[in-house]
Design a protein around this ligand. Structure first.
Ligand code: ATP
Length: 453
């Protein structure tokens, strides 16, 4: 259960995200579109860092995984075969008192009586199935147009392209196909900021294998994915692995783990790692009439591969990164008085801006010129932010609040005015410890790059 302080913490996070340009409500000037979010200048960098790192670890650094990028518009036959047209639905209940549409699992149970979580009303409708897919029409005129769906997950294009990718990549089992992209679900109740949205992004891997390898690979991928989360800065203590019980698993899955994160609003799923057997490829083979079998040269066998699927949410992970990073502590201001500071302790690998560069004074031409030189030196290697306005303490504070791990200040010592030995050195400040050290400009790129990777 979340406590009032958790709710306050979440409120502060949402407000910081808007104030500093991480995440805005979509269509805000028209009153907002529920369940859709726009990422601002810092949010888009954070999101890219996450997706790029996922791609690097899951595709580029492996011999056995290739990528693809499928269409969002999906032929209805695909989603009929996958079971989504029939069964991709949540049970919905309406509250007759306040007219809220509710997912059945959101009702509050008070002494065995089900109540509306919004108004406490007990006058509720029976549950009915509500399909979560967004339907659209493709074609110029209404008569000729045909139904298509916005994909509810990225996985299906991987299954339908399995044979093409297998042929062009000439991979042998076990091997995987990875994809990052948008998915759409008409969630009954979008909530908890970006956690449950109607438009979101997924990072999915379908890892194909022989049937006897499925259970072992499920364990393997669960461990790999946990390592991934730790490497982007989520502590192991904030993560939980739920072994999804038989009755809650999809009927075709022989094993599923949910990797969960302790959000301020409770422990919730970040990623599902599921052993889906040969369900998906078998369904598509049956429905399309095209063989999706694999031919094992060594044994001359033909069979439909099984698959293990680690499926993660980009937006949920971005939110977890922000929640994990958010902290408040005490720091001295320019008058050396302690004041509270907000700091996002992103791991340098994920931080939207890696280094901020400040001339000590903006009206000293030489300081400004040197600072701009350093910006140009660092830019090819990392995201850099130049700031010359306000007291230096204030400038540090602004960067702390957006999680910039390093700050470089160009001062009179840099110009060699105090001690010629310090010429071409700068003050490098660490966001977390607030410690400052003197570093030579020539060493900056190597020094910072080694900490950012
Ligand atoms: P939930 O039970 O929370 O609805 P799910 O089990 O239906 O999620 P999957 O179908 O396993 O989710 O999708 C894989 C991942 O996609 C999830 O772990 C999550 O990170 C992300 N995801 C799914 N639905 C949403 C959504 N509405 N908003 C944001 N991310 C989502």
């Amino acid at each position: 259960m979340s406590t009032p302080s958790d709710a306050q913490r979440m409120e502060k996070i949402v407000s910081l995200c808007k104030r500093r340009g991480f995440i805005f409500q979509s269509s805000e000037i028209y009153g907002g579109l529920n369940g859709a979010w726009d990422y601002g200048p810092l949010g888009v960098e954070l999101k890219r860092n996450l997706k790029n790192y996922w791609w690097r670890i899951m595709v580029h650094e492996r011999d056995d995984v290739v990528g693809m990028d499928g269409a969002i518009l999906t032929h209805p036959a695909v989603l009929k075969a996958s079971g989504h047209v029939e069964g991709f639905s949540d049970p919905m209940i309406d509250c007759r008192t306040c007219k809220a549409h509710l997912r059945a699992d959101q009702l509050v149970d008070k002494k065995g009586v089900r109540q509306c979580p919004n108004c406490g009303g007990k006058d509720l409708t029976e549950a009915r199935q509500f399909n979560l897919m967004f339907e659209t029409h493709v074609g110029a005129s209404a008569e000729e147009s045909s139904v298509a769906y916005l994909r509810p997950e990225t996985a299906q294009s991987i299954f339908t392209q399995f044979k093409n990718v297998l042929e062009v990549s000439r991979k042998k089992l076990p091997f995987g196909i990875a994809q990052i992209g948008k998915a759409f679900r008409n969630e009954i109740n979008p909530r908890n900021f970006t956690f449950r949205s109607r438009e979101f992004e997924q990072m999915e891997l379908e890892y194909f294998c022989r049937p006897e390898q499925g259970m072992e690979l499920l364990e393997y991928w669960k461990e790999e994915r946990l390592k991934f989360y730790e490497n982007i800065g989520l502590s192991r203590a904030s993560l939980n692995v739920l072994n999804v019980p038989d009755e809650e698993r999809a009927f075709y899955s022989k094993g599923t783990y949910d990797i969960e994160y302790h959000f301020p609003f409770g422990r919730q799923e970040l990623e599902g790692v599921a052993y889906r057997t040969d369900y998906d490829l078998s369904q598509h083979q049956k429905a399309s009439g095209k063989s999706l079998e694999y031919f094992a040269e060594e044994t001359k066998e033909r069979f439909i591969p099984h698959v293990v699927e680690p499926s993660a949410g980009v937006d949920r992970t971005v939110l977890a990164l922000i929640c994990e990073a958010y902290s408040e502590d005490q720091a001295p201001n320019d008058k050396r008085e302690m004041e509270s500071r907000i700091v996002l302790r992103f791991s340098p690998r994920m931080a939207p801006i890696k280094c901020a560069v400040f001339p000590l004074l903006k009206n000293k031409e030489q300081l400004v010129a040197k600072a701009k030189e350093i910006v140009a030196l660092l830019r090819p290697h990392m995201t850099v932010f130049y700031d010359e306005s306000g007291a230096i303490g204030r400038r540090y504070r602004r960067q702390d609040e957006i999680g910039t791990p390093f700050g470089v200040t160009v001062d009179f010592e840099t110009l060699g005015e105090k001690d010629p030995a310090l010429r071409n050195t700068v003050t490098l400040r660490d966001r977390d410890s607030m410690k400052q050290e003197r570093v030579s400009i020539g060493d900056l790129v190597n020094f910072l790059s080694s900490r950012i990777r």
